[in-house]
Design a protein around this ligand. Structure first.
Ligand code: DOR
Ligand code: ZN
Length: 403
């Protein structure tokens, strides 16, 4: 069906890909297909997005967030449960999955919230959800958060941590002071202490690690972790241009921290955007969060073309490892038997990012003017979705893939 420079088993090979019923049937030099300009990479998986919707439709919906994902070469997202209302029961979980089934442009999965309030019932809620859907993990959980609604004590966490996969927002809220710009108030210590305490409790998936110290604690442990594009590419020096828009949790760090993370990109387990859209008015009032699901793959393809990172590392962090860590069968690699999910990037087409060209409802980006290579085609289960904005997204069944 497609022919070109395919990223296959860790290398680029000139090959064709044959697809049948959305599944990769054959990959090889003798397979013929439509020739494409550029490279054929596995479509990405973003394991950390906040698609809002429900009572926050003014800044993002599953529809707009997933369209943004599609245009960024992402074929599967993991949405986070800190919505309004929160996804802390099976009823709300099912309601959200039904919206996604109708509205999502890319495959969709959803984490379940864990709070001090639903901890008693969590086993029952997980059981009911898992009868229908693949539940990637519980969380992101907010440690000792100042708001009772979001708060998890380490004690509650230790009661459930050995039973389920839990995604942790590793900032200890008792060590966090509030204020803007938030990088002056939310210290590295808050992250380092939270990670250390969590590792004493169990294995976790650590969301958006932003410090060398935390990465070094987790990298050789049985826990997994993600790093965001903004902690790799931006720093407090960008306050000059970002101004009121600078706040994100965990906050931007010193330039030397970001540079260390980028130099050590090979050590990172997962690249995830933490796509957290807020309106421009909300940002001016100090809200934390950056959109990023659409710009992540394109910016990093550009960096790979420049040789700052390798394509092998990029594909591993954005597709292979997310599938492995969260049990998404059939995703992550261009391989016989897997879903035919590809993103085609023409490496000659370098563009400057502009918020006006992006699809998120929030209307701004922290990467205005950054160079990027956007996908020219995105295939979901063998169908090219980008050209006509086809809505091919599915929710994930309890097997972790769509049979
Ligand atoms: O900056 C952030 N915004 N970090 C988070 O962990 C949550 C997110 C949000 O939901 O806005
Ligand atoms: Zn988040």
């Amino acid at each position: 069906m497609l022919e070109g420079k395919v990223f296959y088993r860790g290398n680029f090979v000139e090959a064709g890909i044959e697809v049948e019923d959305g599944i990769i049937k054959r990959v090889g030099k003798l397979v013929k297909g439509k020739k494409v300009d550029g490279v054929i990479l596995p479509a990405g998986i973003d394991v950390h997005v906040h698609f809002r919707d429900f009572n926050e439709k003014h800044k993002e919906t599953i529809e707009t967030g997933s369209l943004s994902a599609l245009h960024g070469g992402i074929c599967l997202v993991v949405d986070q449960p800190n919505t309004m209302p929160r996804v802390d029961s099976e009823e709300i979980y099912f309601l959200r999955m039904e919206i996604a089934e109708k509205k999502s442009y890319v495959d969709y999965s959803l984490n379940l919230a864990l709070t001090n309030k639903n901890a008693e019932r969590i086993g029952e809620i997980v059981r009911r959800i898992s009868e229908r859907y693949h539940l990637p993990s519980i969380g992101e959980v907010f440690l000792e958060h100042e708001s009772e609604e979001l708060k998890i004590s380490y004690e509650t966490l230790s009661k459930v941590a050995n039973t389920w996969k839990i995604s942790v927002h590793a900032e200890d809220a008792t060590l966090v002071k509030r204020g803007s710009p938030n990088f002056l108030y939310r210290t590295k210590e808050a992250e380092i202490v939270a990670v250390k305490r969590c590792l004493e409790i169990s294995n976790f998936h650590f969301c958006h690690l932003s410090t060398r110290e935390a990465v070094e604690m987790v990298e050789n442990s049985a826990s997994s972790f993600e790093v965001t594009p903004h902690h790799l590419l931006l720093s407090i020096e960008d306050y000059k241009t970002l101004g009121d828009f600078v706040n994100v949790n965990p906050p931007l760090r010193d330039k030397s921290d970001a540079e260390w993370l980028l130099r050590n990109f090979h050590k990172i387990r997962i690249l995830a955007s933490d796509h957290a859209p807020h309106s421009e008015e909300e940002k001016k009032m100090g809200k934390s969060g950056f959109p990023g699901v659409e710009t992540m793959y394109p910016i990093f393809v550009r960096l790979a073309k420049l040789g700052l990172i390798s394509f092998k590392d990029l594909v591993e962090k954005i597709a292979v490892n997310p599938a492995k860590v969260f049990g998404f069968n059939g995703y992550g690699e261009i391989e016989v038997g897997n879903l035919a999910n590809f993103a085609v990037f023409d490496l000659k087409k370098v563009e400057k990012i502009g918020a006006k060209d992006l699809h998120s409802k929030c209307g701004w980006t922290p990467y205005e003017g950054f160079e990027a290579i956007f996908p020219t085609q995105v295939y979901i289960r063998g169908e090219e979705a980008l050209e006509n904005n086809l809505r091919l997204g599915k929710t994930l069944s309890n097997l972790g893939s769509r049979e």
